[in-house]
Design a protein around this ligand. Structure first.
Ligand SMILES: *[C@@H]1O[C@H](CO)[C@@H](O)[C@H](O)[C@H]1NC(C)=O
Length: 153
């Protein structure tokens, strides 16, 4: 499906229960890199990155990431950054209440009206919890999209 159409549908149809029904759920926030020992149970998650702004952008089609069970999106991103050999990089600031705020991915920063938004591809919904609080289930696919923020009021 066309990405723009998918996003429009997602924004319109996404409500909290619907969004968390199949895949990721909101849990306690985790913003630290996971400890991985030989005993750690790892699961497979997917990450992709798209920019809807003009100009060339080093996007990520589908990056497979192994991370612990119930990893937060922040943790998945940390492992992706560590092991993707430069294909995926990000920068963030930390807020005591809202947790990790991702402002830059693959060198492109939030720049009004464009911002980074996190979508969960299983149900195509925009996530309602911050990256530290979105906790993944196996095979979950998280998609960062750089797009125009639409002011609603
Ligand atoms: C993962 O999260 C679920 C839901 O909160 C919990 O029931 C389960 O015990 C957690 N599993 C692990 C390995 O942390």
């Amino acid at each position: 499906m066309d990405v723009t159409k998918l996003l429009l549908t997602a924004v319109v149809s996404c409500v909290y229960l619907f969004c968390s029904a199949n895949g990721a759920f909101c849990g306690d926030g985790i913003a630290t890199e996971p400890e991985i020992s030989p005993e750690t149970e790892l699961m497979t998650y997917y990450l992709s990155v798209t920019s809807l702004a003009d100009g060339p952008f080093p996007g990520v089609d589908l990056l497979q990431v192994k991370a612990p069970v119930n990893a937060s999106v922040t943790q998945i991103m940390m492992l992706a950054q560590k092991y993707s050999g430069g294909d995926f990089t990000f920068d963030s600031t930390y807020h005591e209440t809202w947790g990790t705020f991702v402002h830059t991915i693959n060198g492109v920063s939030n720049d009004d009206p464009y911002y980074w938004f996190l979508y969960e591809e299983i149900d195509g919904g925009q996530t309602n919890c911050g990256a530290d609080f979105v906790r993944a289930r196996e095979n979950d696919h998280f998609h960062w999209v750089y797009e125009k923020y639409v002011y609603h009021y």
